[in-house]
Every structure is written in C-alpha cells, then in structure tokens.
Ligand binder design. Structure first.
Ligand SMILES: Cc1cc2nc3c(=O)[nH]c(=O)nc-3n(C[C@H](O)[C@H](O)[C@H](O)COP(=O)(O)OP(=O)(O)OC[C@H]3O[C@@H](n4cnc5c(N)ncnc54)[C@H](O)[C@@H]3O)c2cc1C
Length: 379
C-alpha cells in the first residue's frame, strides 16, 4: 500500500513531534512514524529539566527561544492539564578555581546573549542549598529562571495532541529504508508498505545514523548510556534548585513528585561497577556534597541513552545534495529544552520560509576542515 504526505517525520520523540507541529502549523500534511509510539525513546526517560546556561552561543539562543515558548506552552498547546513548569533554578557549583573561572567565562557569554545567569559566592550557594558547607566550594553560576517540568511526559503528549488537531497522522511503524524516487521520497516500513512525501525529516535519535547511511550521509551520532537514581517520595523539600557539582560530575534535584533524583554523570562510561555499586557511589556522593541528603536512599534506577555527537552539538538542518531531506538528531541530553526551537528551524528551512540553520549545527560540519567549538556545558 502506498500513501502520501507533504512531510514524513521519522521518530515520534519530543524533537520529531515539535518538527511535526511546526510543519502542520504552517499548513503541511504531516505523517509521523515511530516504531514504538510517541514519546517512547529518550523522551520517556528525561526528568523535565529546562535551562538556558550553556557555553555555545547557538545553544543559548535555541534554549532562550525554547524557554520563551514553554512560558506560553499551555495557552498555545492547550494540554488538558497543566504541564507544571517550576522555576526552581539551576546551580552549577565549582570546587576548583579553574572550574569557577570557566563558569565565569560562560556567564559573561550567556549574559551578553540575554541569559539571566549570575555568579554566586559560596555563602550565597549555602543559602540556595541548605546544608551545603560553603567551605567546600569556590562558588558557582546560578540562573533562577531555569527549571523543571513537574509532568515531563505530558510535554510530548501535549505537542502530539496539538499536532493531531492540525491534521498530523501518527503511525506506529518501523522505518526500514528511505529512498529518493525521481522528485519524491519513499519511506518503507516494517510491514512492507510505503509512504511518499516531498520532505523527510530524520528525528530518530542515534537511530537516524543507520537510516541515513544507505543515502551516503554519514551522521556521527551514537547512543551513550546514562543512569538516574530516584528515592521514594520525601517531604519537605531537601534541595530546591537543580545542583550540578561540576568537579564531582554529580547532579541532584528534589523533583515535583517528591522523589530526589541523583546522578553521577560518569556512571557506566568506564564499564567498571554494577547497579548496586553505582547506587552506593551515588548515595555516598549525595551525602558528601549535600549533607541534608544524609538519610536519603535511592531504590529506583532508570537507564536511558543520550544521542551524542563528537562536538556535543546538535545535528540539525537540510542535507546538501538530497533535496527535501532534513535531520534533527544528536540532542546530547538536551532535547526537551531545545525541541521547540529545533522544530521551528527545521520547518522553516524545509518550507523555504527562512534561510539555512546555523552552520555550527549542519549535518555536514564534520567533513573537511571545518572545526567548530561545539558545546561544553553538557551534564
Ligand atoms: C537519563 C536522561 C536524562 C535526560 N534529562 C534531560 C533533561 O532534563 N532535559 C532535556 O532537555 N533533555 C534531557 N535528556 C535528553 C532528552 O531525553 C533527549 O534529548 C530527547 O528526548 C531526544 O528526543 P528525540 O525526539 O530526539 O529522541 P527520542 O525521544 O529517542 O525519539 C526518537 C524516536 O525515534 C524512534 N525510532 C528510532 N528508529 C526508528 C525507526 N527506524 N523507525 C521508526 N521510529 C524509529 C524511537 O522509537 C523513538 O521514539 C535526558 C536524557 C536521558 C537519557
């Protein structure tokens, strides 16, 4: 069976759904294909963090645009219930002077772009994070406007519902091949059917790479494991902002549902410990860094994957030599907080409403001698 659409989006994660919504808003007939269902990949694991503190100017710009969108999201997307965004703040904490100097550089750059971040002293950090010993840290960077969605899974559902109201079709189908037939794209699915469209957007996370390879397009994106540990529900609040201890590669946050989230950002990357060993390490680090977490235990471990690129920057935009094909992958752990901007850029470029996306995000930046700084404030 062959069907047709103006645009086919491969991948129904937060990125694919924002691409679909932006295209549909501009009048395109869109079909989204996901092999498992909307929001089933990395999007199902993310705990809802949204921040604008980054090192690369283009990341800050995308984050600011997306944050502004999320401020209005409930009136624009009209979800049946609130998405519960909480401006709890993000604190990046340094225990080494050189880390503090790097944070200062980032804050200077961020402020020039309109990000309302600021440096904070050890005493100010101790006020933000009760129990933190100011003598153990050099200071940090803080943005009170960064925050968390209390219902992170509801965000992708809200975008999906809004896209469907604009006529978008969502099919649970695995894409097995993409080919260009004359002036059209044909997408083959696992049940043997084919869909045709003028435009195809690859938004399948790290799985975009094997779909692109037969077209001669090399996407250097690969899955990298990440592990989050959760406590049972605890009241009252023990930690209000999301705290990132830069030198210890550790993050902790008391979430809206009452659970404390703790993550050692290097777990699993060296392949040494098992789940219980990691749990002990996370529990110990949390207690050392934030004494108010002394009695917290973390019975639940959740595993997921970042889709990482060599420069930790996104891969977004049209593909040279393959007209009508666009890519939106390589989110490097920040898909939720950048997807509104990514979706707009892809839709506008694809429909010819705007020029190309910045070269620093281009799918072609890895070939030749075009080296870009990439993003460094990944957690
Ligand atoms: C532990 C963890 C914590 C995170 N925390 C945050 C956070 O606080 N804030 C934030 O912004 N981001 C966070 N992220 C990152 C965020 O989850 C991702 O960047 C984002 O979900 C990526 O969305 P996506 O749509 O690109 O990919 P995905 O959500 O992975 O969606 C890709 C989809 O493509 C589908 N697919 C793949 N291959 C095919 C195929 N051949 N045919 C059809 N469908 C296919 C999959 O089924 C999947 O649904 C976190 C990630 C992890 C793992």
């Amino acid at each position: 069976m062959t069907r047709s659409a103006d645009a086919i989006v491969i991948g129904g994660g937060i990125v694919g759904m924002f691409v679909a919504w932006h295209l549909a808003k501009r009048g395109a007939a869109v079909t989204v294909l996901d092999r498992v269902g909307v929001g089933s990949g990395a999007t199902s694991v993310q705990p809802g963090g949204v921040r604008t503190q980054w090192t690369a100017p283009e990341t800050c710009r995308m984050a600011l645009e997306s944050r502004a969108f999320y401020d209005e999201a409930e009136s624009v997307l009209q979800p049946p219930r609130s998405l519960e965004f909480d401006e709890c703040g993000y604190a990046f904490i340094a225990s080494k002077p050189e880390t503090l100097a790097a944070l200062q550089e980032s804050v200077d750059r961020q402020r020039a772009l309109g990000v309302p971040s600021a440096m904070v002293s050890p005493a100010e950090l101790a006020e933000l994070v009760p129990g933190l010993d100011p003598d153990t840290v050099c200071g940090g960077a803080y943005n009170a406007r960064d925050g968390y969605f209390g219902r992170p899974a509801a965000v992708v559902t809200a975008v999906e519902q809004a896209a469907r109201r604009l006529g978008t079709t969502v099919l649970v189908q695995e894409v097995t091949a993409i080919r260009r037939d004359r002036a059209q794209w044909t997408v083959r699915t696992g049940d043997g059917s084919e869909l045709q469209a003028d435009h195809v957007v690859l938004a399948a996370g790290a799985d975009s790479a094997p779909l692109a390879a037969p077209l001669g397009l090399v996407l250097p994106v690969r899955p990298e494991p990440r592990y989050l540990f959760y406590s049972n529900r605890i009241a009252p609040w023990l930690v209000r902002p999301l705290c990132v201890f830069q030198d210890e590669h550790f993050a902790v946050k008391h979430l809206a549902d009452g659970s404390v989230l703790a993550a050692d950002l290097r777990l699993g990357l060296d392949g040494t410990l098992d789940e219980n060993g990691w749990r002990d390490l996370v529990t110990w680090k949390a207690r050392q860094l934030v004494p108010s977490l002394e009695y917290v235990r973390y019975p639940v471990m959740v595993a997921g994957y970042y889709d990482v690129t060599p420069d930790a920057q996104l891969i977004v935009g049209a593909v040279d030599g393959l007209p009508g094909l666009s890519v939106a992958c390589g989110m490097n752990g920040r898909g939720l907080m950048l997807a509104p901007s990514v979706g707009r850029m892809v839709a506008e470029e694809l429909l010819g409403e705007a020029g190309p996306v910045p070269e620093t995000l281009s799918p072609h930046r890895f070939s030749g001698n075009r080296a870009f700084a990439g993003e460094r404030q990944v957690i």
